[in-house]
Design a protein around this ligand. Structure first.
Ligand SMILES: Nc1ncnc2c1ncn2[C@@H]1O[C@H](COP(=O)(O)OP(=O)(O)OP(=O)(O)O)[C@@H](O)[C@H]1O
Ligand SMILES: [Mg+2]
Length: 365
């Protein structure tokens, strides 16, 4: 029996593409293991060329993997029955430009085999849902739509078959702040409805706001996996000092352990764990060395910091994270984290059923 508890199960998935004029291959996806639970909104992040679209195309059955398995809703990717229960929003959806939003969605609904009347009714309902039902928008042709409006049509189109699982590729790219917030709210509503979503995005604040769990891939390999809370756990504080001598710099390193120290002209800022003890120790050594304390500012961790650390220059040729690596004792395959070690969810090859299932309950709350 296929496991109906999970929306997506990816096991040791690899996709190789030949490099032109060479006998070598590039691993667009490299031995990837992932499980997405039912009702889970799963963030799939990575720099340009990391392998996100390749993974999505394999899951949709549009291309075949070189090695490994990908199951979607309990069946191998590409299964025809399952295709009726999933939907895909490509990065730049294409529509017939001369049609209105309602006509486009009616047209797609008919492609799903709906009768004209039912298709029209469904289109009206979905166009209202995505906020294009207003008088001014109804008569407009797609060619006169803004990017945000097009994206809404795209979302309406993904909901025709009332799918269980949605694949959204960059739903908020190129949108202004208001349009982005609206699309984000739509995704939150879908989350509330209990849909599962595989969401690829470069808009890290959106990912932070809607996703249950987030992954970061780099050169086709999984580098980070955890809930947003786990990945951003631990308060930080930035203490800025002036008059820091080289000797004091060394003492700071000793008392603040894994702090990140940055020198900016006459000012030195120390980013470290926000605990009264750590701050107290730092102030003690600073006072002894007659340095001035300019400011003490709590800092929130963001996905952007984590992303930049994982993707930006801290990873060697083979794709292995050279630093920072969380010390979670998983034999070198630990999830990457901030330089300041924080508790990070271990990089598991498969989410235990129980924890995948909890998203279903979560979504329905
Ligand atoms: N059809 C193809 N033929 C050869 N190489 C390809 C093909 N499609 C993708 N690649 C390569 O595979 C790697 C991953 O590409 P992919 O499009 O999956 O990245 P991505 O994470 O979606 O990037 P982006 O954020 O830019 O959309 C890249 O090195 C890319 O050049
Ligand atoms: Mg892509």
């Amino acid at each position: 029996m296929p496991d109906m508890a999970d929306a997506i199960v990816i096991k040791k998935l690899t996709k190789q593409y030949p490099i032109p004029r060479k006998t070598e291959f590039v691993n667009a996806v490299d031995n990837l293991d992932l499980t997405v639970g039912r009702g889970e909104i799963f963030g799939f992040l990575g720099a340009n060329g990391a392998g996100k679209t390749t993974t999505i195309k394999i899951l949709l059955g549009l291309i075949y993997p070189t090695q490994g398995d990908a199951d979607v809703l309990g069946q191998p990717a590409g299964d025809l029955e399952i295709k009726r229960r999933i939907a895909y929003l490509p990065e730049s959806p294409y529509f017939y430009e001369h049609m209105t939003a309602i006509e486009v969605v009616t047209f797609y609904a008919q492609l799903f085999g709906m009768k004209t009347e039912d298709a029209k009714k469904k289109a009206e309902e979905l166009i209202d849902f995505v906020g294009l039902g207003g008088k001014g928008d109804r008569g407009k042709r797609i060619q006169d739509f803004s990017k945000g409006m097009r994206q809404r049509v795209g979302i309406a189109q993904t909901l025709i078959n009332d799918p269980d699982l949605l694949f959204y590729d960059e739903p908020t790219s190129g949108l202004d702040a208001i349009a982005r917030r609206d699309i984000r709210d739509l995704m939150l509503e879908l989350k509330r409805q209990g849909k599962s979503m595989f969401l690829s995005s470069h808009q890290l604040e959106d990912v932070e706001a809607v996703c249950h769990r987030v992954s970061i891939i780099h050169k086709g390999k999984l580098q980070v996996l955890g809930t947003v809370e786990e990945l951003l756990a631990g308060e930080l504080v930035e203490v800025t000092l002036s008059g820091v001598t080289p000797g004091l710099g060394e003492s700071i390193q000793q008392v603040a352990g894994d702090a990140q120290i940055e020198v900016n002209g006459t000012r030195t800022s120390v980013l470290m764990k926000n605990t009264p003890e750590a701050i107290g120790r730092l102030i003690d050594v600073a006072r002894k060395a007659e340095a001035n304390i300019v400011s003490i500012e709590p800092k929130r961790r963001t996905l952007e910091d984590l992303f930049v650390r994982v993707v930006g220059g801290k990873i060697d040729e083979t794709g292995a994270v050279t630093a920072p690596v969380a010390t979670n004792g998983t034999n070198g395959t630990g999830a990457a984290s901030f330089d300041t070690p924080v508790p990070v969810a271990p990089l598991t090859t498969a989410t235990p059923k129980a924890s995948a299932n909890k998203y279903k309950d979560l979504a329905r709350k």
